[in-house]
Design a protein around this ligand. Sequence first.
Ligand code: PEP
Length: 253
Amino acid sequence: MPRQKLVAGNWKMNTTLAEAKTLAGAVVAGVGTDDRVAVAVCPPFPWLLPVADVLKGSPVALGAQNVSAEKKGAFTGEVSPAMLLECGCRYVIIGHSERRHILGESDAAINHKVHSALDEGLHVILCIGETLTERERNLTERIVQRQVLAACTGLTDHHWARLTLAYEPVWAIGTGKVATPDQAQEAHAAIRATLRHFRGSAIADALPILYGGSVTADNAAGLLHLPDVDGVLVGGASLKADSFLGIVQAAKK
Ligand code: PEP
């Protein structure tokens, strides 16, 4: 079965409430009823419920940018998978490089979160990717392999059906330096080959792998037609409805 393309917008810690509602409304209007490409927006936590209201009845899905590995209890400041579901989230981003590198999330912590979110019924967008130094030392393949295998330790076939990977080279995030189509295809193919080796062809062939890192409406088409690129995770360009919708349009071709 062909893998459906996903275009997901990571708004990070941006937008006022009014801006979030306006942006979500413009995305809903632009997408209309066309569900050929799956589209999701991931606003900051406090805007999840109001944005869910705006998305109601449209094919645009809601996602969160992070989640706790814990179910409930004394974890001040944390948000559980069940809470995200109750807010209307379908997706949650886990292991974003900003959380790995700025907030110190380890592979083990990410694995715990992936399990908790999938157990609860969320769809997980799991981010992986090498730093510039790692790429320059030719370690890209080894790093992404380690990250995927560590984050996915212990997953069952049932879990894999709700998992999406996002290959996001750290040097391309928010820098305007997008990976070339060759670099993206090479990394995606290596990730799929790793999964084929360790988890078998059924999982490897069905798993969507998104590219993320300075994707814009101008460069999206060149990435989205690659055989192992199944969509994109978009940061900066998801904050403007026109550019985000331009990327959605590119994914339809
Ligand atoms: C991201 O943060 O996931 C991302 C891809 O950001 P940007 O598109 O701004 O590089």
